[in-house]
Design a binder for this molecule. Structure first.
Ligand code: DGJ
Length: 702
């Protein structure tokens, strides 16, 4: 039993190492009285209300599980409702509690309005994760408007917290930024129509007035929202002496009308506590994602090495040229050949074609078959790129249905990357896309889809809904995307789906629920990528992180040796994007060698435990270690040598102290014990610019 109740007052969510304790006192307000290292004797919490500073009103200074706007509370709420008569606060009249093996539900009923909130909890005991979400129900006749319906609220006692989130933009995703929250509040959000490239729908906090976040020490509280649309996370230092955290669907330009008998379910938040620093947070969440979040078909299998055409041929996709690329890719050991953008009718450039998901006969006179057969014949699987939510004005779809986009009728529609957003709240739009893409998948031998999304949303207005409901469109868009991907997955369970949104615009647990893998950034510069990958891996598993080798490394125009570039890409789920038709035979042979090595370690890299040993942010080298069954892989990167000192020493983690490990370092075979490697460490020589090493440690007699 991981959910325990005591005397109708205390409810404990117990995982292997943590306890989350909720108290429902005489005031009927559920409050969190403890979240931390496991405490077994839950009766100790009985009668222990949160201490309130003198002269402070009660609800304001409680660490409430669901503070609803109104009443004597002035901290950020996690819900705001407006009843038909204009009353805007929700007051708890009765509380029902339902407990099961690993579930808890606190049902809060309003004092006089027929309206209730179900606070739902589920415990993942083994992974040390709790799930929190909520459902609101209008059980009366009159409509109720939800103006804010976040998924969860958390409260941590005391002051002096530090909060970590990400900042960034296209090509510069996942720049970790941590800030002290000593007064006021910090808001992380998106109202771009999807998660976007800036902040991420998560919270990561620790008590950090003096100490920075540490990799393998210190308490950390964290949570991640299963949602791919507009989100808001607020981390607030409340004057009553605690940290208030709310997270959920963004309430900016949001309103949802609940008609009589209707309910609304807010997406889930997965949260946890550790005293083992960021590293242990990652281990817990990576494990949790693989076991409970990722689509089950591929969750515990390593991903194939893929080739993607985008950086080689862009929109200029031709059947014969792709076959030539495929032949060379196969010789490298590639297992999945993907044609990116440019294969469909009219797609000569980014100003035309989106929406018409039919093979361009000018580029593929006999359809895709000659290419898919060639790819199969070469022993690979075949994949295609799509961007279902978009339409170019220059397309058949837009000519036929100019009303199928979000727009204000009185204004010129704004464009981003020369495209409009399809109105995914309309069932006819969803059905068109489902049919078109189903036909594409049924008529062709396609076993992988890369689902892209290349513009942010604006002008959320729909001809299919009355104007007073337009504020619901942001969320309806997300529901439409969910419906479409679920429909396609159900019809084609064997197809592997990758998510992408101009690189890292849709990295979140909502996408992870439906996609097998992710393309984190269009920036393929191997050095920039080390930073992006390091921070991405805080809450997202390595296997969910595609990384490719490309020719010109995109953004920075740097010249980086192949070894460093390959090692950087091998830190994730490896892909190749180099123009193989223009790559020398010698270089292709070299790449082939790295692909072979990668296959030797990919189970460890994709499914093992990740240790971020050193970071170029605060050290001379970057060092990433993966520990799997009987094997460990260690990547070490030097960007430039400092002051003529090539010697580096690294101590490893996660090995078995008493086991012996064999590895080759600079052509020398070495055998050391786990204890030695973790305490004394390994000495390495890395010189000049962009030097790197991969050490593969095999456990002897594992
Ligand atoms: C943006 C993606 O991030 C790229 O990988 C590529 O697929 C292009 N779109 C294609 O238009």
């Amino acid at each position: 039993m991981s959910v325990k109740g005591y005397e109708n007052e205390i409810y404990a969510l117990q995982t292997r190492h943590t306890s989350y304790i909720i108290r429902v006192g005489e005031d009927r307000i559920p409050e969190n009285v403890y979240w931390g290292k496991r405490i077994d004797r839950i009766e100790d919490f009985a009668g222990e209300a949160s201490p309130a500073p003198v002269n402070m009103q009660a609800p304001h200074c409680l660490r409430e599980e669901c503070a609803s706007f109104g009443g004597m509370r002035f901290k950020e709420s996690s819900m705001k409702v407006c009843f038909a008569d204009g009353v805007r606060d929700f007051r708890i009249g009765r509380v029902y509690v339902e407990t099961e093996e690993n579930r808890l539900e606190l049902v809060l009923e309003d004092e006089c309005y027929p309206f209730r909130v179900r606070l739902c909890y589920e415990v993942f005991e083994e992974e040390d994760v709790i799930k929190k979400w909520r459902i609101v129900e209008n059980t009366g006749e009159a409509p109720v408007v939800l103006e804010r319906i976040f998924s969860a609220q958390f409260g941590l006692p005391g002051t002096g917290y530090e909060s970590l989130n990400y900042n960034g933009r296209w090509g510069m995703e996942f720049q970790a930024v941590s800030e002290k929250i000593t007064s006021g509040k910090k808001v992380y959000e998106s109202f771009h129509g999807l998660t976007a490239h800036g902040n991420n729908p998560v919270f990561i906090v620790h008590k950090g007035l003096e100490e920075p976040f540490r990799e393998n020490q210190g308490e950390v509280w964290f949570g991640s929202l299963e949602y791919s649309g507009n989100f808001k996370t607020i981390v607030e230092a409340v004057d009553a002496g605690f940290l208030n955290i709310v997270i959920g669907i963004n309430d900016t330009d949001f309103a949802w009308t609940l008609k009589s008998g209707e309910s609304f379910e807010a997406p889930a938040v997965y949260a946890g506590y550790t005293d083992g620093g960021l590293e242990d947070m990652s281990h817990r969440m990576h494990r949790f994602c693989r076991r409970h979040l990722m689509p089950s078909g591929l969750a515990d299998k390593p991903l194939p090495v893929l080739y993607n055409s985008w950086y080689s041929t862009a929109f200029d996709v031709k059947c014969e040229e792709q076959i030539a690329l495929a032949e060379k890719a196969a010789r490298l050991g590639v297992e999945l050949f993907v044609v990116d953008d440019g294969w469909f009718v009219g797609r000569e450039h980014d100003r035309a074609g989106l929406g018409d998901w039919y093979v361009d006969r000018k580029k593929f006179p006999q359809g895709l078959k000659p290419l898919t057969e060639a790819v199969r014949g070469l022993g690979m699987r075949f994949g295609l790129w799509i961007e279902p939510e978009m339409v170019n004005p220059e397309s058949r779809l837009y000519r036929l249905h100019p009303d199928w986009i979000y727009r204000y009728q009185t204004r010129e529609v704004l464009m981003g990357r020369n495209q409009y957003i399809l109105d995914m709240s309309r069932q006819e739009v969803l059905e068109y896309l489902a049919e078109c893409l189903d036909t594409l998948l049924s008529e062709n031998d396609i076993s992988y889809i890369k689902w892209d999304m290349n513009r942010y949303a604006s002008e959320m207005a729909s001809g299919g809904l009355p104007a007073e409901e337009w504020k619901s469109l942001w969320h309806r868009h997300s529901l439409g995307v969910q419906w479409l991907i679920n429909t396609l997955r159900e019809k084609h369970p064997e197809v592997e789906f990758e998510a992408c949104a101009a690189g890292g615009g849709r990295v979140d647990y909502g996408a992870m629920r439906r996609f097998d893998e992710y393309w984190p950034s269009d920036n393929t510069d191997p050095l920039d990528r080390l930073f992006i990958q390091e921070n991405y891996s805080h809450l997202y598993p390595v296997k969910y992180m595609r990384a490719w080798l490309t020719d010109d490394f995109g953004m920075d125009g740097r010249k980086i040796p192949l070894s460093f570039a390959m090692h950087s890409a091998m830190c994730g789920s490896l892909g190749i994007g180099t123009d193989l038709n223009r790559t020398s035979e010698e270089k292709r042979e070299e790449i082939k060698g790295y692909v072979e090595t990668y296959k030797r370690i990919r189970n460890t890299v994709q499914l093992g435990e990740l240790y971020r040993l050193r970071s170029l942010k605060n050290s001379d080298i970057q060092c990433v270690q993966y520990v799997g069954d009987g094997q460990s892989a260690v990547f070490v990167f030097l960007d430039h040598e400092r002051y003529g000192d090539p010697l580096q020493s690294i101590t490893l983690r996660g090995l078995k102290e008493d086991s012996l490990y064999r590895f080759v370092l600079d052509d020398r075979e070495i055998v050391k014990s786990g204890a030695y490697l973790m305490q004394a460490g390994i000495g390495l020589r890395l010189c000049g610019d962009y030097d790197s090493r991969l050490l593969i440690l095999e456990e002897i007699n594992a």
